[in-house]
Design a protein around this ligand. Structure first.
Ligand SMILES: [Zn+2]
Length: 182
């Protein structure tokens, strides 16, 4: 397991995959702050973060294919250079999230099984099926738990200026709602 201090020496430039191309003309590297922004470095909005997290993409830049055939995420995002294990113990949150979702799925399995077979419950089959869910669900959900937890973490702790390559974390300006003042 790599730790945060081991990663501190590597820069975003080291971490990104050079084959990735910038989403816009490299000549235009000046960030375009939205009307609500004081800083050019803005963490994506929560809806964007949660959508990307729930669909196994990098929450910061939306890069996909972070897993291949494995259930463990790559260390760094090949596009924006985000080091996913942002702090020591980062993945404990993902494990917790996976545990909660897995319990929920087991409960759902039991409830649906009991309701649909009422009043003659096939106890043995229900128990076996629940055990299968308890084993398979945490494995299948693990990748989503990792990206989703990273998104939640990013909601709580915004991206640091030197944490990602900001060219890939572009954020469209927000159109501020006009306050209707009398
Ligand atoms: Zn990324």
């Amino acid at each position: 397991m790599s730790n945060a201090s081991g990663n501190a020496s590597s820069t975003v430039e080291d971490r990104i995959d050079k084959s990735e191309t910038a989403p816009f003309d490299p000549g235009d590297q000046s960030p375009q702050p939205g009307p609500d922004s004081g800083s050019p470095h803005q963490t994506p909005r929560w809806r964007t973060l949660m959508f990307r997290g729930a669909t196994r993409a990098c929450p910061a830049c939306g890069k996909r294919g972070l897993f291949g055939w494995k259930v463990t995420i790559v260390e760094d995002c090949p596009r924006c250079g985000l080091h996913f294990e942002r702090i020591e113990g980062h993945w404990i949150g993902a494990i917790g999230m996976n545990t909660i979702f897995s319990f929920f799925m087991i409960m759902l399995t039991l409830i649906v099984g009991l309701v649909s077979t009422f009043p003659d419950f096939p106890v043995k089959e229900l128990v076996l099926f629940s055990i299968a869910v308890a084993i398979i669900h945490p494995i299948l959900f693990q990748p989503t738990a990792q990206t989703l937890w990273s998104a939640v973490d990013m909601l709580m702790r915004k991206l640091e200026p030197n944490e990602v390559d900001w060219r890939f974390v572009s954020r469209k300006p927000i159109r501020k709602r006009q306050k209707s003042t009398p």
